[in-house]
Write a protein that binds this ligand. Sequence first.
Ligand code: ATP
Ligand code: MG
Length: 332
Amino acid sequence: MSSPLSELALRRDVLFVGGKGGVGKTAVASALALHAARSGRPTLVVSTDPAHNLGHLWRREVGDTPVELAPLLRGVEIDPARTTEEHLSAVRATMRRLMPEHLEREVDRHLELARDAPGTHEAAVLERIAEVVEQRHPDELVVLDTAPSGHTTRLVALPELMQAWTERLLRRQDRSARFGAALRGLEVDDVAADVVGGSRRPAPDRRARRDAEIRAILDRRQQRFRHLREVLQDPAASGFVVVTAAERLPVLESVELHAQLTRSGMDVAALVVNKRSPADAGELLAARRRLEDGYVEQLRSALPDLPVVQVPLLPGEVVGEAGLEALLAHLL
Ligand SMILES: Nc1ncnc2c1ncn2[C@@H]1O[C@H](COP(=O)(O)OP(=O)(O)OP(=O)(O)O)[C@@H](O)[C@H]1O
Ligand SMILES: [Mg+2]
């Protein structure tokens, strides 16, 4: 039981599984999750790819709230649209409470635009990943089946990005409040309040309170991302498993992914070379096998310290628990 992947599944808190499209990420993520669950560890496998296939693999509906896939094993497919909606309505409620009434329409318009803005979905997925990691039970393993494009490295930079974003948002919010007031030929809230005098709380106070409240909300998010980064950069807590095929492009991309992840302070803990052709099933496959051998060699020399686990091309599809068991036999 001391194979590198078993060790990872039993000891780390959070495992990321990533690689090029179709190489077997979902299958490997599910198999490792099944292994941990069968060893008595509560496990959550999370699909972060908008083109989910966790449900297909397990032959059951998996959605945005966790469902049981096997004893001690739950699965969830993050739905960025739902996350975005929830997020926007929370922001709307907060803004409505904190902004002057006459800006309500402007707030709504702004949020409508935000819904379809580039990056909104990605941000929602990143936020959910941070949430899942934050809410992990103390003994639980979280396995993240990531999208082929691999946004994981960006998670690490998020706390800084959020800081800059928070500051800019607060500055812009001040500016647009003044701009809106000027357009209406009004004075800014605080001046108006001074004129009215006494009848309501002095506006500089209100603004400070509003800013403090918005800042607190944003700080809470930032705290969540900071916690995520701590986990990501702690090799005792988390690790990344790269899945690849022994072919030219997947190999080049895997080496690049490894470099990116390492630069951002994450521990790439193992490499799975999936769907290796058999040497003894005819000349065609034997020729492919020799070709693949070259690529495996290339991987080993580019990444000399990385444990490499090779998995044969299986005769059957990897579907359901039986299929995962067959895969697991080669992973451990
Ligand atoms: N070792 C294997 N032998 C045979 N078939 C395999 C093996 N590993 C995975 N497969 C099959 O390959 C297909 C792709 O696997 P999987 O869905 O896990 O890949 P993926 O990397 O998650 O793909 P995507 O990028 O589309 O999410 C599936 O049909 C799966 O059953
Ligand atoms: Mg997949």
